[in-house]
Design a protein around this ligand. Sequence first.
Ligand code: NAD
Length: 583
Amino acid sequence: MLEGARERRVRTGGVELCVAELGDPRRPTVVLVHGYPDSKEVWSEVAARLAGRFHVVLYDVRGHGRSSAPSPLRGGFTLEKLTDDFLAVADAVSPDRPVHLVGHDWGSVQSWEFVTVKRTEGRIASFTSMSGPSLDHFGHWINKRLRRPTPRRVGQLLGQGAKSWYVYLLHTPVLPELAWRGPLGKRWPGILERVEKVPGGDYPTASLPSDAAHGAWLYRDNVRPRLRRPREDAYAHAPVQLITPLGDAFLSERLYDGLELWAPRLTRRTLPAKHWVPRTRPDRLADWITEFVTATEDGRSETAANGKYADRFGGQLVLVTGAGSGIGRATAFAFAEAGARVVAVDRDAEAAARTAELSRLIGARAAWAEAVDVSDEQAMEKLAARVAAEYGVVDVLVNNAGIGLSGSFFDTTPEDWKKVLDVNLWGVIHGCRLFGRQMAERGQGGHIVNTASAAAFQPSRVLPAYGTSKAAVLMLSECLRAELADRGIGVTAICPGLVNTNITSTAHFAGVDAEEEKRRQQRTARLYGARNYPPEKVADAVLEAVVRNRAVVPVTPEARGAHLMSRFAPRMLRRLARVKPPL
Ligand code: NAD
């Protein structure tokens, strides 16, 4: 029983369905349909998060959980019968208003049927699909590739074919039933925890062996007939939001190529996760469902921002330090264009406020400014507490704030060292420690990006302190990446070369008087200006690095060159390090 849920029984087609409701029935109704081999409890985390805003309805599919099974089983699980069940539930819980449908796995497969058949028209306001394609679309997808088998298409067929091994097994008689009622049923919770990283709790329920045995008929009754003769008119009559977990062991991303043909009002979302997202990513799902349902209710067809990577970062909470200028500001803008919620942190309050304001204008779902010095441990602790309380757990953290320092080792004073290490290294440590811990404790993944520099692997006679601070950031990132990999948190070190930003005019030149320092700042600024590599390109690299979960990303050709040399020609790099820069 889900906490706080009201239960009722709905009779339909010779079975009795167990239906649970949460939240205020006067609010828009969201119906959550579970997959295989699950029961409605797979949704408990998501349902709890949605119940404050919506009337949430979950039901055990026939033969699962506390719903009764059809008799005989064979022929009792056809998509037509499942559609009858859905309509009976919808009529019982929301007789006057269409419902918002959400399906996972087989819950999504059957929901595709609901949203593409004529008799449900007007009963479904929107559909959010995750990890379960329409069998009709799948059938056409296969046929298209068989009819014109280019090497790429054959590769796609074989790839999905390999991922579908369990579908073949489920078509064998009796064997699946024996396995589920025997050893597999006992081991399943452990397998989910180990392989899929599904945390323990009220799921899976004790009904698992019989759910899984009955559910085998979902496959047997539907897969072969539909794949052989897919419907020609399987067009969605409601807006569809497709959420694709990129690490799904059972479904290839390619399955959804061209889905716009079948679902013209399509919003795509992607997330780095495995198959059981209702258990592993409930915050993200609840947020995307809320946004989509609310937009549909308000009559807005456009929900997601349309920037590059909007499918991935829409609605995510992104915190960028040093966001008042240069690379930090460009990074905040790139996430804003992708529809993220942006926290712009800088010690310069006005600059941070400006970044937040512009972020809102260019597409951020929300943006806030925070004036904090990243080297100040207590201020960072307060920031972390405030952000968690007011905006939530950060999904992407970009530790970017940094300062420049140039000068020979003997000209660099202990104060100079302290200053550059405090900002460039300790600022990153504080960020990782505080926001990284929140991410890890939430247990729903995330990503940390630390701005190092090409100076992290390219020695230079004039950058001993700066280079040391950045090399430390690079190693910290690598160690943290190893530690957090298990928790689905990626860590990236970004290593730019010469980028045209304000850093040159604020960098400190050790061992020279104020006048000479000014002159050197101006000369460096001219040099960087002539090189003219824009911070926006670094921002692009940051977003791509998060999407691809890259470890170390040199940006600019000279940084890439130095990175290669550090591996394959380190002696040459050491020679270059001796050259005095022309300042
Ligand atoms: P920038 O000077 O244009 O921007 C840095 C921002 O960080 C400024 O808004 C500044 O106010 C803020 N900041 C500085 N110290 C801070 C502190 N203690 N707390 C909070 N905010 C602080 O410089 P940029 O070039 O955009 O630099 C961003 C990062 O990129 C830095 O870490 C820098 O070392 C690194 N980087 C820059 C280059 C380059 O060529 N520009 C190359 C490699 C690495």
